[in-house]
Design a protein around this ligand. Structure first.
Ligand code: SF4
Length: 221
């Protein structure tokens, strides 16, 4: 799995497994609220999905717009998002980013990667989440699930950083399919191909690529 071109047929085959499995789930996904998408991505950084999701629910239950968030104090935001990792710093960033959105962008999230990454706490991945999930842009946000699954499927190499993983995924997946592919890889990573202990049996990819999957398992196990 060293060269991207040599594994393209396998990747296409492998991607059909999550597509079949999560197709129904995928069809329910629509464009998301840009502000909630941006703040949700910021909250999820280095935090378990279930912890970040509960923090989102508490925070958005009180404020789901930049204007609304400015009515909350930093300490109130911190209490709402606790125990996400770096909750003190994230509370400050969420309030500062909301202030900039109100003062410079009329309370709206800009549909522009450069403007997004000028916001406190918003790096490339967080900006890509907003561009992809809220604005439907053809970029793949590379979170931990996407990176791990891409490497296990042989789409990218073990030593690749997130930028290299993104480039290789963009080469393989046409723009109109990138948002869907991202969801599929994330859901597949959550259910089977976790970073620490992949559940090879009963992973459905084992069924059609048994020999190859075993070698992958040996590599990661
Ligand atoms: S067989 Fe194992 S390593 Fe391969 S995709 Fe499935 S869970 Fe991941």
């Amino acid at each position: 799995m060293s060269s991207t071109s040599s594994i393209q047929p396998d990747v296409g085959e492998a991607m059909r497994v999550p597509a079949r499995r999560y197709g129904v789930l995928l069809s329910r996904r629509g464009r998301q609220n840009p502000y909630m998408t941006l703040i949700g991505a910021l909250l999820s950084h280095r935090t378990k999905d279930e912890v970040a999701e509960k923090a989102e629910e508490r925070l958005f239950g009180k404020a789901s717009t930049s204007e609304g968030t400015l009515l909350l104090s930093e300490s109130k935001i911190r209490k709402l998002i606790y125990p996400v990792v770096f909750c003190r710093r994230k509370a400050r960033m969420i309030r500062e980013a909301s202030k900039i959105l109100v003062e410079k962008h009329g309370g709206k999230v800009p549909m522009d990667g450069e403007l997004l990454t000028e916001l406190p706490g918003v790096g490339g991945k967080t900006a890509d989440c907003a561009l992809c999930f809220a604005f439907g842009k053809a970029v793949m946000p590379i979170d931990a699930h996407v990176e791990v699954v891409s490497k296990r499927l042989g789409i990218s190499d073990e030593g690749d950083g997130s930028e290299a993983v993104r480039e290789k995924l963009h080469l393989l997946i046409p723009p109109r399919k990138r948002m869907a592919a991202n969801w599929l890889l994330v859901e597949f990573g959550k259910e089977f191909c976790g970073s620490i202990r992949p559940r090879c049996p009963p992973c459905p990819i084992m069924g059609f690529r048994k020999r190859r999957a075993r070698s992958l398992y040996a590599r990661v196990g």
